[in-house]
Ligand binder design. Structure first.
Ligand code: VG1
Ligand code: CO
Length: 580
């Protein structure tokens, strides 16, 4: 093949957000749009990460992925990349990409130095929905801000890109290596099984035998919903083939380009089928829901964990995993190096860290901030309130890992109950946790697709308000006299303890005397308008008061948040789009 140089002009708005560049498909399919971003990424990397390098290219299989993969293969060839690794049919979950970068060794001993992940994660897919792309580094984690800023700068001045136009499309439906010869020598495309490396890694972390015994127990029932995302490519090999679950316990596990028309977002609003099966839909009560249910998002890095008629808040989930990891998960048997959460995530993990005397970190939203801590050996388990949980086995959050972690905890707690005794349930584990550590009542309100200008005004209003706490407290007393006082209000700023880099404006915080918090952020993953996220948290230490309904317990604080922010006035919305 030849490498052609193609002239191009910059596009506005190619700034990677919380997790890569996400836009409507019709934006991505404009001539040169994807090409510009890919070339800008190549130009942002050091030459050694491109020339002669091995790159992974795959994703959650959403609409436009197959075309995008062929384009990236041709551009890689022309930019001097030595080989491109592609998961069969272009499918690799985000955690599997991270695992492949870190673990996979090619037939010739090669190792990957980075990856283009093609996903818009939990955003819907299809010709009228979203596409996305992000670059991950040699450690398997998302590119840090220094790189994403450079990519963005490059997109603003790009004049040319390189592509091997005459390279034939590669058949990515069959595994095997195809070799080509170009101006700089050989170029290979290696199509491999999407699940093998990831399954191997999971088997090295968890005690599959004990999970198998739990799943074989007649009074333990299980259900997994991939929401037609890429998790489906892992669910059968892991839950059915390895762990012996029944095939009927998998729902929506065929990956689809449009996720069956749904939002592949594992929460109580969008994972409707699972939520109903688990007995959590009041309109469709179930006689005997499964003991355990879980769902994933489009690229399978998120998880929602449910018990029978019971929802586990993600902030509690990471705290409970951390509290039980050493006993229940072989990978952690020699102890945890430390734990971390994103700022808006509840402080349930903080309490566990204190109790177990563990190093603890609070980082801005987005997984890229955990990676540095893990590379420096400072963090083993981490999580976000947005249904993201993970560990230092890779550098992304990991939906199936979280499910296996919960199954491991259940297996450990029930190891003497499997012969017909009453099982310790998901709900029992959570309630026992609250009894020991107290409960962080938590909820998140999302206002999606709000006018971007109004959203900015609301945020500016909240920042301005922070300059006078007496004023803030006067307003609060006028709304709700039994809510405690705000003692600190700021915009969250993070200094990375490893490389010293500083990230500013990471969310507006109102911190209350009793430990309650209100946090406001603008989403960095949307593709249209703005999404305002409001995070509300209240700590209850008294174990006799930890059993309340969370919306009811938080109602006074919610009222304060909505009035303080003038949510209705700025957005015109009287209710959020999604409550989790
Ligand atoms: C959201 C979540 C954040 C998560 C990010 C990527 O970001 O809040 O916690 O890391 O999505 O998740 P934002 O900026 O929209 O709040 V995924 O699974 O969409 O890659
Ligand atoms: Co995701």
């Amino acid at each position: 093949f030849k490498a052609s140089r193609v002239e191009t002009t910059p596009f506005d708005g190619q700034k990677p957000g919380t997790s890569g560049l996400r836009k409507k498909v019709k934006v991505f399919t404009q001539p040169n749009y994807l090409h510009n971003f890919v070339q800008s990424t190549f130009n942002a990397l050091s030459a050694a990460k491109v020339k002669g390098a091995t790159l992974v290219v795959s994703g959650d299989g959403r609409y436009f992925s197959k075309d995008a993969i062929q384009i990236i293969i041709k551009m890689s060839a022309a930019n001097g990349v030595r080989r491109v690794w592609v998961g069969q049919n272009g499918l690799l979950s985000t955690p599997a990409v991270s695992a492949v970068i870190r673990e996979r060794v090619g037939a010739d001993g090669s190792k990957a130095s980075g990856a283009f992940i093609l996903t818009a994660s939990h955003n819907p897919g299809g010709p009228h929905e979203d596409f996305g792309i992000k670059y991950n580094m040699e450690n398997g984690g998302p590119a840090p801000e220094a790189i994403t800023d450079k990519i963005y700068e490059n997109t603003k001045t790009l004049k040319e890109y390189f592509i091997a136009e005459d390279l034939p499309d590669v058949d990515i439906s069959a595994t095997g290596i195809t070799s080509f010869r170009g101006p700089e020598g050989e170029f290979d495309v290696d199509v491999f099984d999407s699940a093998t490396d990831y399954v191997k890694l999971m088997k090295s972390i968890f005690d599959f035998q004990s999970i198998q015994k739990l799943l074989a127990c007649p009074n333990f029932t299980f259900c997994y919903d991939a929401l037609h995302g890429v998790a489906g490519a892992y669910a059968k090999p892991i839950f059915v083939d390895e762990l012996g679950a029944q095939e009927s316990s998998l729902i929506n596990c065929t990956p689809k380009e449009d996720f069956g028309g749904g939002h592949p977002d594992p929460n109580l609003t969008y994972a409707k089928e699972l939520v109903t099966r688990m007995g959590l839909n009041k309109e469709h009560p179930q006689d005997n829901p499964p003991e355990f249910g879980a769902a994933a998002d489009g690229d399978a890095d998120r998880n929602m964990v449910l018990g029978k008629r019971f929802f586990v808040t993600p902030s509690d989930s990471v705290a409970i995993i951390a509290a039980n990891a050493v006993q229940a998960i072989p990978y952690f048997s020699s102890g945890l190096k430390g734990v971390a959460r994103s700022m808006p995530t509840s402080a349930a993990l903080d309490v566990v860290a204190k109790h177990l005397n563990l190093k603890f970190f609070e980082v801005p939203t987005g997984w890229k901030f955990f990676g540095n801590l893990m590379d420096a050996g400072l963090c083993s388990v981490c999580g976000e309130e947005s249904f993201g949980t993970g560990s230092d086995h890779i550098r992304e959050k990991d939906g199936i890992w979280a499910v296996l972690a919960w199954l491991s905890i259940l297996a450990f707690r029930n190891k003497d109950n499997l012969d017909g005794k009453t099982l310790v349930t998901v709900e029992d584990i959570v309630r026992q946790h609250w009894a020991t550590f107290g409960r962080h009542y938590y909820t998140r309100y999302d206002y999606e697709n709000v006018d971007a200008g109004s959203a900015k005004e609301l945020m500016a209003h909240l920042v301005k308000l922070q300059s006078s706490l007496p004023e803030v407290n006067k307003i609060i007393k006028g709304i709700q006299s039994d809510v405690s006082a705000v003692v600190k209000a700021d915009e969250f700023e993070y200094k990375d303890p490893v490389d010293g880099s500083i990230s500013k404006h990471q969310g507006i915080r109102y911190l209350f005397e009793d430990g309650s918090r209100l946090v406001f952020r603008l989403s960095g993953t949307g593709s249209e308008g703005a999404t305002i996220r409001l995070y509300i948290e209240q700590y209850e230490k008294d174990s006799s008061k930890t059993g309340r309904d969370s919306q009811e317990a938080l109602a006074p604080l919610v009222g304060v948040a909505l009035k303080l922010s003038k949510m209705h006035e700025f957005t015109g919305r009287s209710a959020p789009t999604v409550i989790t």
